[in-house]
Design a protein around this ligand. Structure first.
Ligand SMILES: O=C(O)c1cc(=O)[nH]c(=O)n1[C@@H]1O[C@H](COP(=O)(O)O)[C@@H](O)[C@H]1O
Length: 273
């Protein structure tokens, strides 16, 4: 089985370095002329699958926006995951899970195992219970060629109080990156990290050998032209900037949504070339 890292590199080489976020905010549903109910969510999902599925390398549905609709919301999320994967995109479920190991293995089954209707190509996880607590997710992901993206230095200003804290001479965020790099020495690129594009991060990512999800483009103020100064030259092949509201604001027309994604992706590609 090809590891997640090579799968990721193949996908971004073919479709470019921009992750399309699917975040069905209530305000967005309304601005698309949809009700904030299961039928509106379903329509929003269909439009996004159609607009992004065949053009984006990676699509990141934000699980939180589906959960308020209960079982109907999860059914829609299942369709988003399957529809985008069928159209050739890698799906990164943004669930930010994290718990003790025994519970983590249940999360891993939910998001990374073929037997689950929510099975995705990768999932976001929080290392707050210790990087080692994520081992069950890595154990499920690795043989399946799937990935796990660990929060290291998030795009929000509040993250600094934890992520920049000193832990034996290194920041907490750097220790997460180093732990991810140690796993990736097998060459599979199973572990990615999340590093916001919104500001200088102070991390050394050179040994990571795995993907770097960089949210914050657009609505949070990060700009494509800043990526080259926020990230080192040696990190750019693994870089995956992400935008949700910045692209989704162009909806609900499918052509306009796709054009908005493609314009943002082309801006990223030309800024990084
Ligand atoms: O893991 C993430 O994707 C994530 C990490 C982070 O540090 N910052 C961050 O904004 N995100 C997610 O990325 C998306 C950003 O959405 P926009 O600000 O609309 O582009 C949301 O789904 C966030 O939950």
């Amino acid at each position: 089985m090809t590891g997640f890292g090579p799968r990721f590199r193949t996908a971004v080489a073919a479709r470019g370095r921009l992750c399309a976020g699917i975040d069905p905010h209530v305000e967005l549903l309304q601005s698309w002329g949809l009700e904030a109910d299961p039928a509106g969510l379903d329509r929003f999902a269909d439009l996004c699958i159609e607009a992004f599925g065949s053009v984006a390398a990676v699509i990141k549905p934000q699980v939180a926006f589906f959960e308020p609709f209960g079982a109907a919301g999860l059914a829609t999320l299942e369709r988003v995951i399957a529809g985008c994967r069928d159209a050739g995109a890698l799906v990164l479920a943004d669930a930010k899970r994290g718990d003790i190991g025994s519970t983590m293995s249940a999360y891993a089954r939910a998001w990374l195992d073929d037997s689950s209707p929510l099975a995705s190509d990768a999932v976001t996880v929080s290392p707050y219970l210790g990087f080692g607590s994520l081992a069950p997710a890595l154990d499920v992901a690795r043989p399946a060629g799937r990935g796990v993206f660990v929060l290291a230095r998030t795009s929000n200003p509040e993250g600094a109080s934890v992520q920049l804290a000193d832990a034996d001479g290194r920041s907490v965020g750097q220790r997460i990156v180093d732990a991810a790099a140690a796993v990736n020495t097998d060459g599979a690129g199973t572990v990615g990290v999340v590093v916001g594009a919104t500001r200088a991060h102070g991390l050394d990512l050179t040994a990571l050998a795995g993907p770097v999800l960089a949210p914050g483009l657009g609505a949070q103020g990060a700009r494509a032209e800043d990526l080259g100064s926020v990230f080192a030259e040696s990190d750019l092949d693994w870089l995956l900037p992400a935008s949700s509201r910045g692209v989704l604001g162009a909806g609900p027309d499918i052509g306009a949504l796709r054009a908005s994604f493609e314009a943002a992706r082309d801006e990223v590609e030309s800024a990084l070339s």
